[in-house]
Ligand binder design. Structure first.
Ligand code: NAP
Length: 328
């Protein structure tokens, strides 16, 4: 597998690190795309020592910053001549934080969990096209179950950088909405990349044991609940192994536009009026996720927000081929 290359964002801890280790054991060339080089270096040393795979690389990227993502892609293309697998794993969730904006003036959760992965994937699209089996996997969450309520809709106003827009800040709501938007973006990406031969799928993570560092991101009263929940969660390696299966197994080679559950079963669109079996189980996702106009709106919003970075790249032709309709 030496000639197969995988990029994993947020590979210095949790599921991303576990997945990096599994790919390294299997002999892949692994690029750990991390924002904190010190933490990344420590994880890299552990992975190399455990796997004896020297083809594990650390590269810096801040997924909330368009400039950092663009820089990462330029550096990646200088070092590697193709990409086989891209795993958009990094996720932002910081309990107790006030409303924060990304360096590009976007609400930080949406910037990190939705727009960043969009830009990274778009900028690496041509590298993926060079692979004979290119796959993109996006990290979803069971927090999207809130959208089983027919009243729940994405709050696009929250994405605005205007701190005085009257938005009531909630870290939880931002995370919930970002994960729904990311799933909807995954469905749209799958459609857009179909003719390029790139598959795009999403994995619904319903719990994986969190590190002590991640638990510190919870506000004290939520931390207690998180610590208790953590006792029942499978280790990060379980989900890391799911990443590996979805990205390497022949069983998933031609699958695209799917949301998989933790048992690697393809989830179906839920009914308009879900009952508790639908809500508590992992067989279906909220019908809202299949709303095409909202999917298009997210895609167009991402294009619009990142257009300067897409234009400055050699991929400007992509802009031509996608109708960038106004995303008011
Ligand atoms: N664990 C669960 O129960 C669970 C449940 C549902 C969904 N998920 C999803 O699964 C994925 C992995 O989560 P995890 O549990 O493994 O959490 P984790 O251990 O906290 O890992 C998150 C990773 O994302 C990185 N990250 C955050 N912001 C970043 C940025 N701006 N740029 C680059 N990297 C950034 C973190 O880097 P730093 O170390 O520098 O912060 C860390 O490496 C996330 O997308 C999460 O939303 C997890």
């Amino acid at each position: 597998m030496k000639n197969k290359i995988v990029i994993i964002t947020g590979a210095n801890s949790g599921i991303g690190k576990a997945a990096a280790q599994i790919f390294a054991y299997a002999g892949y060339t692994v690029v750990m795309a991390c924002r904190n080089l010190e933490k990344g270096e420590k994880a890299l040393q552990e992975i190399v020592a455990a796997s004896n795979n020297k083809a594990v690389h650390l590269m810096q990227v801040d997924m909330s910053s368009f400039a950092s993502i663009s820089q990462f892609c330029i550096a990646y293309k200088e070092r590697f001549d193709k990409l086989d697998i891209l795993i958009n794993n990094a996720g932002y969730f910081n309990h107790g934080e006030g409303r924060r904006l990304s360096p590009d003036g976007i609400e930080i959760t949406f910037a990190t969990n939705v727009v960043g992965p969009f830009l990274l994937t778009e900028l690496l699209k041509n590298e993926l096209k060079k692979s004979d089996d290119p796959r993109v996997l996006n990290a979803s969450s069971n927090i999207i179950k809130h959208f089983f309520s027919p009243k729940k809709k994405l709050d696009f106003d929250n994405v605005s950088g205007d701190p005085d827009a009257g938005y009531k800040h909630s870290v939880y709501a931002n995370y919930r909405d970002s994960k729904m938007a990311f799933l909807m973006l995954s469905f749209k990406m799958a459609e857009e990349y179909k003719e390029l031969g790139i598959t795009v799928n999403s994995l619904q993570i319903n719990g994986a044991r969190m590190s002590n560092e991640t638990l510190q991101k919870f506000a004290p009263r939520w931390r207690v609940i998180a610590i208790i929940q953590n006792l029942f969660f499978p280790p990060a390696e379980f989900m890391g192994n799911n990443y590996f299966e979805l990205c390497t197994s022949d069983d998933f080679a031609k699958k695209t536009g799917k949301q998989f559950n933790h048992k690697l079963k393809s989830m179906k669109k839920g009914p308009e009026n879900p009952n508790p079996t639908h809500i508590w189980g992992s067989q279906v996702y909220p019908v809202y996720a299949a709303n095409k106009p909202v999917q298009d709106r997210i895609w167009n919003l991402c294009f619009d927000l990142t257009k300067n970075h897409l234009k400055s790249d050699t991929y400007s032709e992509n802009l031509q081929s996608h109708k960038l309709v106004a995303c008011a």
